[in-house]
Design a protein around this ligand. Structure first.
Ligand code: AMP
Ligand code: MG
Length: 399
């Protein structure tokens, strides 16, 4: 059995980044991975400009109670003329500072008297001026290849004029669930059956990563059905993800089927919830077999499949940020596997952020994963006393 760290390292070694790229309109690149650096061909902001609505002046002319005639008006998008000594230019936020002006006086700090302004407050040289290039200079690398584009990244790319971006093509992931007990929501539930929840969890996790989802539904627990589904999935997708049937019971056919069509490279991780996680290859497709227990499927996808997929997509920053929080609940069970306990943050009486454990940590209790907003990451054998500092991985670092 591999440790969680070993499994992650072994998976990442095997994650081959995509090679094919495409040009996509910047506004459609949310969640896409940049395939090339973006270099600025302009300076941002291009000119010194006003940070305020007010008057562009020479600071030395601004003696309190003196009055300056307004000699020109410059709105955003316009370029004025050089400022005559002893005058002020009406100026608006974002408008270029006229030559020979060295400060902007806020309109709140002057009194308008006909075509002049009276100075209420002294002005410092440089005040309320946003300098050309204070954000970006020509030739700067604005974003690097491997960046996963968030809304902020889209805006930054647009600020240097990028209308389209060179991004990796979308990764295709096919998934199916295994289990004779599974029924699709929308159908009645006969005795002995359960609704297939993993299909939905996995679909959501795949969509969150911005991958294309190829849904192959659910299949019965037989070797022929498993072989057929795996073969089809491996022909359609870059990565095949299954849930269930990857353990050691007579009804578990996934591992045997993958071994028959390709190879199993990695199996079993010393973690809870989880354990029967498998990785292999079928021709050019990667195979990831998630455990069937719903919380295990959610946790193993989030902690192992996700970084694998992100690297496969071409992303560079693929691991979650782990926080250090104070424990609000105790944990005394000494386990022999690394545990990822479902927990929720709260502000303690003294204002410090702390994590409270969900009372039922069973891998079948899916409510734990909606009640919680993260995993407490417990080393093998670690126990928790209230007040201990613990490792916490917020779910929003994983989605
Ligand atoms: P397995 O890994 O196939 O032995 O399944 C372990 C447990 O997870 C069993 O209780 C299954 O009924 C349950 N399970 C397996 N697949 C799913 C699924 N797609 N949705 C909900 N529960 C499942
Ligand atoms: Mg099963």
């Amino acid at each position: 059995m591999l440790t969680a760290d070993q499994l992650l390292a072994e998976l990442l070694i095997r994650a081959r980044a995509l090679t094919r790229t495409e040009h996509v309109a910047t506004e459609n690149c949310l969640g896409r991975i940049l395939a090339a650096d973006i270099t600025a061909h302009i300076t941002v902001p291009p000119l010194d400009n006003s940070a305020m609505d007010g008057y562009a002046v020479r600071a030395a002319d601004c003696i309190v109670d003196n009055s300056l005639p307004v000699s020109q008006r410059i709105a955003a998008g316009q370029v004025g003329v050089a400022l005559q000594a002893g005058t002020a230019a009406r100026i608006f936020t974002g408008a270029p500072i006229p030559a020979d002006a060295d400060a902007v006086i806020m309109q709140e700090n002057c009194i308008v008297e006909g075509d002049s302004i009276r100075i209420k407050q002294a002005v410092k040289t440089g005040e309320n001026i946003r300098r050309a290039g204070e954000d970006i200079n020509t030739g700067d690398t604005v974003l690097t290849a491997g960046t996963r584009m968030t809304a902020a990244h889209l805006g930054l790319a647009a600020s240097v004029g990028s209308a389209t971006l060179n991004v990796y093509r979308r990764l295709k992931i096919a998934s199916f669930s295994t289990g004779d007990e599974l029924v699709q929501p929308g159908s009645p539930l006969p005795a002995g059956k359960i609704y297939n929840s993993n299909r939905y969890t996995i679909a959501g996790l795949i969509a969150t990563l911005g991958c294309e989802w190829i849904d192959l539904g659910s299949i019965p627990d037989t070797l022929p059905a498993t072989l057929t589904a795996l073969k089809q999935a491996s022909e359609l997708a870059d990565v095949v993800i299954t849930s269930g049937g990857v353990s050691v019971g007579e009804e578990d056919h996934v591992k045997a089927a993958v071994a028959q069509l390709g190879q199993i490279d990695l199996w079993k991780v010393a973690m809870k919830p989880g354990k029967p996680l498998a990785y292999g290859r079928i021709n050019e497709a990667d195979f990831i077999g998630l455990p069937g227990n719903p919380v295990s499927a959610f946790a193993t996808f989030s902690l192992f499949a996700r970084p694998f997929i992100l690297k496969r997509m071409g992303a560079v920053d693929i691991l979650p940020t782990i926080y250090s929080l104070r424990a609000a609940s105790a944990w005394s069970k000494v386990g022999d596997r690394r545990e990822f306990l479902r927990a929720r943050t709260q502000i303690g009486a003294d204002g410090v952020l702390e994590a409270q454990l969900f009372p039922n940590q069973s891998s079948g209790v899916l409510t734990s994963s909606t009640w919680a907003n993260g995993f407490v990451d417990l080393e093998i054998g670690q126990t928790i006393a209230v007040g201990d500092m613990i490792r916490f991985i917020p779910f929003n670092e994983l989605h």
